[in-house]
Ligand binder design. Sequence first.
Ligand code: GUN
Ligand code: ZN
Length: 500
Amino acid sequence: MTYSPERRTMRDAFEVRTYDGAARIGELRVPRADVTVETPALMPVVNPHVQTIEPARLESAFGAEIMITNSYILHGSDDLREDALEQGLHELLGFSGAIVTDSGSFQLAEYGEIDVTTTEILEFQREIGSDIGTPVDIPTPPDVGREQAERELDTTQERLETAESVETGEMLVNAPIQGSTYRDLRTEAAEHAYGTGLDVFPIGAVVPLLNSYRYADISEIVDAVKRGLGGDAPVHLFGAGHPMMFALAVAMGCDLFDSAAYALYARDERYLTVRGTEHLEELEYFPCECPVCSEHTPEELREMDDDRAERLLAEHNLHVSFGEMRRVKQAIRRGDLFELVETRARNHPTMLDGYRALLDDADRLEASDPATKDAFFHVSTESARRPEVRRHHRRLERFDLDGEILLASDRDALDRSFDERWSVTPPFGPYPPALAEAYPLTAEVPERFERQAYAAAGEGIRRLVEANPGATFTVALWDWPEDVLAALPDGVERADGFRA
Ligand code: GUN
Ligand code: ZN
């Protein structure tokens, strides 16, 4: 089945404005808070007991439109429970945007048990004024036996059904999607969740995968989930808070992220960058333009008292995280998110694996990719596998040609004439003169290609030749690798000629 993101539309909380591949800029309407959150959005995690950065400051200094806190901690706290009930969460925390509350499932996964039911915690979330509540799902870890994954998914699904029957008023409700590392279970879980009346779709239990840099597995899980959801389903990647992976995760089609990392890392004197994590101890310079890094040196922070340094590091971590999210959004607007992902994928070999795994889902990326964008930049081996290349290859099968056709690199001149002359550019392959000014053939490409780009172009030639048995094809591709030329379909002639 060809993937179509728009095959079902029944929700109205979320609306996509622009796509780039499977990435999108969208608007999530949160009725209880009476706000519209632009996605992709970063939700800072606020621990109600330890507010490293006050929620009001998250809003005023960092532009946070949405945050997340844990209702299970509030429910279990003698100090805060009554305050939360009396004042409401927004007043208690001092945050006027949308507040998401988690349910204690993460504590369940960490400590083996919790003492609330889905009904109790959802009612509590509604009572304290949460804008998006969460039932008690079971975060099944990666790589467990199939039986455990199925059994726990059954329980999660029962809890989603329970959640549907709870009186939640205007509060939106999360429908977490589990299924461990089984792709088919993740798709089934997504179809089930989408079939409930619930509103937001967090992909659960990926924290262990994030902690061990298993980006290819994450990519496969997100793909499996997305195939089970309609295009109007907002997707939250639970626990993903490192700015290094925002571009990749957004390219997978995730809309919401929660960051506890900004605070947790600051506590351990760790400094986030879009390329990875640094230790304060090992930094001589701050490679960042934020106010903290402009006004201080690493040496100064090391000499400060711990609380002050922790706070400044947390602020830097937030600046970097929100900054990267803005960069990702601008890239979606401009249609060059793939170029940004290709850059970020160079930061760590496992991120490259994640990006390569994402490109295995080319049909899904292509289904929502716009037909035209700003110039395609061929900047890495992976560029040859982008959805634009695949779409061009399929378009080649629809041409109806006869006569003698020359397929030539632009600079080649020949001493005989043909009925038609087409250009050939890696990684796309052949195209008629009429398409030369059309996306994606306006691409900026290097003069020296890797073998993969020639092979992709050779695939384009194969498609065109096989779709046109009545035509004859001659190639003038002098600078192509011999093995790629040798793999062209039988009957394709090589021109004798001279180089211009
Ligand atoms: N936080 C991180 N992962 C999860 C998850 O799978 N479920 C819930 N409810 N919260 C989480
Ligand atoms: Zn900084």
